[in-house]
Design a protein around this ligand. Structure first.
Ligand SMILES: [Zn+2]
Length: 98
């Protein structure tokens, strides 16, 4: 399984720099071979989806911080916790666990 490109991610409208009307989500290239690495390309009018995709690394980091600071389970995955159950489900989805 591959790991995701570290944030921050940003989005921008491809026009007027390109002929294709759409939106790009990019991240700084962690290997510094290129200035930025493509994350996603979306059709024009998908600004809301682009914002959500670009925020994903930050949201995942906040979710992990929240569960780590939980006073009920202390971020221990195997401890049943009503506060963190849904957050762990979202983290699992983001990290590709069923
Ligand atoms: Zn918890």
């Amino acid at each position: 399984m591959s790991s995701f490109t570290p944030g921050p991610w940003r989005w921008f409208d491809l026009q007027p720099r390109n002929h294709w009307a759409g939106i790009a989500v990019v991240a700084r290239d962690p290997d510094a071979r290129e200035h930025e690495r493509d994350i996603a390309t979306l059709p024009k009018g998908s600004e809301a989806n682009a914002r959500l995709i670009a925020a994903a690394p930050d949201l995942l980091a906040i979710a992990r911080l929240y569960v780590s600071e939980c006073t009920n389970c202390s971020g221990v995955r195997d401890v049943p916790c009503d506060y963190c159950e849904h957050i762990w489900a979202a983290i699992d989805r983001a990290e590709g666990r069923p």
